[in-house]
Every structure is written in C-alpha cells, then in structure tokens.
Design a protein around this ligand. Sequence first.
Ligand SMILES: Nc1ncnc2c1ncn2[C@@H]1O[C@H](COP(=O)(O)OP(=O)(O)OP(=O)(O)O)[C@@H](O)[C@H]1O
Ligand SMILES: [Mg+2]
Length: 226
Amino acid sequence: MNKIIETKDLTKFYPTPDGYLKVFENLNFTVQKGDFVGIMGVSGAGKTTLLNLLGALDRPTRGKVFLEGEDIFSKSEAGLAEIRNKKIGFVFQFYHLLPEFTALENVIIPLLIRKNDFNEAKEKALRLLKEVGLEAKINIKPNKLSAGEQQRVAIARSLVTEPVLLLADEPTGNLDWKTGEGIIKLIKNLHKEKGLTSIIVTHNERIAEHCDRVFLLEKGKLIEKI
Ligand SMILES: Nc1ncnc2c1ncn2[C@@H]1O[C@H](COP(=O)(O)OP(=O)(O)OP(=O)(O)O)[C@@H](O)[C@H]1O
Ligand SMILES: [Mg+2]
C-alpha cells in the first residue's frame, strides 16, 4: 500500500446570500501511487471544488486531506503554497499560459520561480517540450499555437517541476474529439513514464475510458464506478 492521497470526511460548503451551499459532505477515498483516476459528474457537481482541495488551492469546510501522509490543511498558507510548488502539477481546461511569453519561456518560468539555475531550467524545459512533441514550436507564443498545442505546453509546464501528483481539470474540454484523445493519451504516457499519480476531471465518457479507476461525483457523494 502506497497512498498518495487520503481524504477523511472531506466536506465543502460555500456561503451564499441564501445560506450555505453544500457541495459535498464526508468524502472518504484514497488514491494509490500510480493510479490514473478519472472524476466524472454533471456540471455543478463539485468536481473543480474537489480538485482545488486536493491541490491545496482552497481549504475545506471540514475534514482532511493527507498528501503522502501529510495533513496538508494543518499548514499555514505558506505551507500550502510550498506543497503546491513542490508536489503538484496542474493542467486546466483553458491552459492558462502567459501570452507574452514563448512556449519555452512558459515552461521555464515555474523552474525560475523555484530558483533553479537558468541553463538547467532551459534544458529541462526543452526536454519536456520534446516529450510533448513541440520541439518545432518552442519559440512561438501561445496565440500562434493551436488549442491542442497550447495544452501540450501546459502539460509540459505542469510536469517540468517533477510533481508527484498531476491534477487536470477538464484537460480536453476545449478540444475536438481527436485532439482531446491525443491529449489524454499523451497525459497517460507521461504518467506511466514518470511514475506519476494522476487525477483527471472529465465530462466525457470516452475520455474516462482511458482511466484505470473512475469516480462519479453525484449529489454530494463520490462513488467509484466498477
Ligand atoms: N467560490 C464559490 N462560491 C460559491 N459557490 C461556488 C463557488 N465555486 C463553486 N461554487 C458552486 O459550487 C458548486 C460546484 O461547483 P464546481 O465548480 O465545483 O462544479 P463542477 O463539477 O466543476 O462543474 P463544471 O463541470 O461546470 O466545471 C456549483 O453549484 C457552484 O455554483
Ligand atoms: Mg469544473
């Protein structure tokens, strides 16, 4: 047993003008090292809310998340930021690349923020861009790249810091089927090669078929589909 994530009674309510909105309550699940997990559920089910908690981007109303055995919400904001920086890679539906910078610069920046040596950072970024098939586009800015290419840059950026956990929120949600399938296959290959643990949120059954375990978030409960 090698647990990467374990949740204990994870609960999130949002305050609204009409009282609290219960998104989910008492979620208990574990993710083992090497798992390639899909999370499905209708719009508004709370998939992004859950991913944000697992990625230490937000705090729960109640309950705990253990990441590699560490109770992450016992930490200060600075402690959470350190966990995000050191352990987690994020991929989003709309890439969130920096428009002023080239593909290569977008992938280098997370390493420079972590005070890596520039030449080493550049070498790592180049290697990752090659792994996602973008060697020929390293000096191009995001607005001159296709949607699928932008997502490849975002994937390279998420992995250049060597995270233990990859969290992807609808990584294929903005892409046509063929491009989206290429992206999920790429993520899965990188997941295997790098010994990652990955959690992929998706609306799409055919994308979820690439996952080894699939959970459905529905009416505030998380159910593993068999
Ligand atoms: N910051 C917030 N404050 C108040 N309510 C919120 C906040 N963020 C999300 N919600 C509400 O919580 C519920 C879950 O939202 P969430 O974004 O997690 O759903 P989702 O499953 O990711 O949906 P989608 O598939 O559309 O991305 C929704 O009803 C949403 O309106
Ligand atoms: Mg969402």
